[in-house]
Ligand binder design. Structure first.
Ligand code: SAH
Length: 358
């Protein structure tokens, strides 16, 4: 067992079973042992990879998506560009490079990177050190700059702790993590039923609630209503709400048991886009999507950008560019192009964002 696993077992012995949300919070962000706190998990040598690490075109297209909105907003002289959970800073670096081609844009933007991990903040500072734009860091979304905002979140909502509930004898019980007789971590149910959930479901069904993500989304949508602007969220997840256990753990690019390596394996869940979209609408935002990532990237011209890059590279680079594009737009059921969904929400007076064909 990992050092954090021992710490969690000790906590359970003292206080009794803990919620999945608390377990995930400790596993991901315990100040000493939390997964994101201590390492750079991305890339081939890490535990998982993400779209901006697979192809530079991903960040470039998101930069141009923002640039297009800025132009159609009438090129305001000051605008805030925010990224949530920027990883290694790769997406922002690629986005800013693409934005350079639009006259006046870089001098209008102020970048805010929202990142809890000190290790990844360091990586972002290094990656973006030579950038000419003004960049600031903060560790939560509660105090974003009070001005029109364009916001990007790639694989952010899937990294937030969730709660789980299970249907037993016609009632919903919160799923908890306790100990087996041998002292191993195991899933169980809270002793008392939860009275707040009214959904009907078959025996054994699992319901997930990303309350932390929902609160963040509400803050963002409210911010956009006050100051104007648009947000785009890209994540693997489902367009319609449903039941099922989507908690998964990944280490060295392989799935592992979510209770086996707390602090050393990445924990994620699938995003319920329907709920996020309803919250944004409820706050007064206009919503487009979710659409699948392949449709979004193709609408923005990923193929054309690939062809133009291929003109000036050697054979190895050409292979990597083509395979990156294929991977991001793979429409097979387990491909990134169909598993990943894209949702945008924005102030109702904003021009409609590119790529959604609505
Ligand atoms: N967007 C990046 C990284 C995705 S991994 C990419 O696509 O490559 C998830 C990112 O979210 C990491 O940078 C992680 O440190 C950050 N993160 C996780 N929980 C967070 C929180 N509550 N607030 C801010 N950042 C968080």
């Amino acid at each position: 067992m990992t050092p954090l696993g021992e710490k969690i077992k000790q906590l359970v012995r003292l206080e009794g079973p803990i919620s999945v949300e608390r377990y995930m919070t400790m596993a991901l962000s315990d100040p000493r042992y939390g997964y994101y706190m201590t390492r750079d998990p991305l890339g081939t040598k890490g535990d998982f990879t993400t779209s901006p690490e697979i192809s530079q075109i991903f960040g470039e297209l998101l930069g141009l998506w923002c640039a297009d909105l800025w132009l159609r907003m009438g090129s305001p002289t000051s605008i805030s560009l925010v990224e949530l959970g920027p990883g290694r800073g790769t997406l922002m670096q690629d986005a800013l490079r693409a934005m350079k081609t639009i006259k006046g844009l870089l001098s209008a933007i102020h970048v805010t990177l929202v990142e809890t991990s000190p290790t990844l903040q360091q990586a972002q500072k290094k990656r973006l050190a030579s950038s000419s734009v003004d960049i600031q860091w903060q560790d939560d979304v509660s105090s974003l700059p009070k001005q029109p905002t364009l916001l990007i979140a790639n694989e952010f909502f899937d990294a937030l702790p969730i709660r789980q509930y299970q249907m037993a004898n016609g009632k919903w019980y919160e799923r908890m993590i306790g100990l087996t007789e041998k002292g191993d971590l195991t899933f169980g149910l809270a002793p008392d039923a939860d009275r707040t959930i009214q959904l009907s479901a078959t025996e054994g069904s699992i319901l997930e609630r990303n309350l932390i993500g929902e609160r963040i989304l509400k803050d963002l949508a409210t911010h956009l209503m006050h100051y104007g602007g648009a947000a785009i969220a890209i994540d693997y997840g489902h367009s319609q709400s449903g039941f099922g256990d989507t908690l998964q753990a990944m280490q060295n690019h392989h799935y592992v048991d979510p209770l086996d390596r707390p602090g050393e394996a990445d924990l994620t869940t699938h995003v319920d886009f329907k709920r996020l979209s309803n919250i944004a609408k409820h706050c007064g935002n206009t919503v487009s999507g979710p659409i699948i990532q392949a449709d979004f990237l193709e609408a923005l011209g990923i193929k054309q950008r690939g062809e133009s890059l291929l003109k000036s590279v050697n054979t190895d680079q050409a292979k990597s560019i083509s395979s990156g594009i294929d991977r991001l737009t793979d429409r097979t059921p387990k491909g990134m192009g169909s598993l990943f969904k894209v949702l945008t929400f924005y102030h109702p007076t904003m021009p409609s964002p590119a790529g959604f064909n609505e």
